[in-house]
Design a protein. Structure first.
Length: 251
């Protein structure tokens, strides 16, 4: 299977002979466009791809996942063309959880190929999920909670037909994010860079400070400006951190 033929992977930035591939995972209901906005800021020798899950874009009508294990197994298989060469993972919020799960598998199956795991706006696995759970809310309360988070354009809430299509995916992935618990007795064998914002009311420093427990290598916490969705509002800070860390490990 050619890597670019997979419905699971959308190439964002192509490089003829990449030094590393940055594999990106969006937040719940998020779009690959978040990472497309990064393309100009990522180092010239790093290619960027985004994982596309069921329930969005070209996969809008496909059934969504309701359990972690089959999701992780299927994404891992789909990413296999990328994992036997140098790569790194970047995931935000729900995507950070999925990126960690993939890094755990990849570091075992392809030793030394995963250069780094970047997690942002994502609680560490040992931190209990805040309650009440959003995914259990009524439809009206759920819409209000999603709107208050700030990651969805306000004008979208005036488009009822589009909301009807997209919100089930958001709820499904928020559910997975909320039920996520420690699944591995040992952390991933990759260095971790955990990005947080002091203005993040969802998962800030307090929720992320425990990431050092989930790697067999080094872990760092790096503060960036912005709220929970700083990947959208402050991409230049994120890409600078990514470039610096990948350059350091590749030298």
């Amino acid at each position: 299977m050619a890597a670019t033929d997979s419905k699971w992977v959308l190439p964002i930035k192509t490089v003829a002979e990449p030094a590393s591939t940055l594999i990106c995972f969006p937040y719940a209901g998020g779009s690959p466009e978040t990472f497309r906005a990064w393309a100009d800021g990522i180092a010239d020798d790093i290619e960027v791809v985004c994982v596309v899950l069921p329930g969005r874009g070209r996969r809008l009508k496909e059934p969504r996942y309701d359990r972690w294990q089959p999701l992780v197994e299927d994404v891992f298989e789909a990413l296999s063309p990328y994992l036997n060469r140098r790569h790194a993972f970047y995931g935000h919020s729900f995507g950070g959880r999925l990126a960690y799960e993939l890094a755990h598998l990849a570091s075992a199956a392809y030793p030394g190929k995963t250069r780094r795991l970047f997690v942002s706006g994502c609680r560490s696995p040992d931190v209990p999920q805040r309650r009440p759970h959003m995914h259990r809310m009524t439809e009206s309360d759920f819409r209000g909670a999603v709107a208050s988070m700030g990651g969805t354009p306000a004008e979208l809430f005036d488009q009822e037909r589009l909301l009807h299509l997209l919100l089930p995916t958001v709820r499904s992935e928020i559910r997975l994010a909320e039920i996520w618990e420690p699944r591995h007795p040992s952390g991933a064998d990759v260095p971790i860079t955990a990005l947080y914002s002091r203005d993040d009311a969802i998962d800030g420093w307090t929720s992320m400070r425990g990431w050092w427990k989930f790697t067999q290598q080094q872990c760092e916490l790096v503060e960036v400006p912005g709220g929970h969705f700083f990947v959208d509002s402050h991409p230049e800070h994120v890409t600078r951190i990514v470039n610096t860390r990948l350059r350091n490990v590749d030298e």
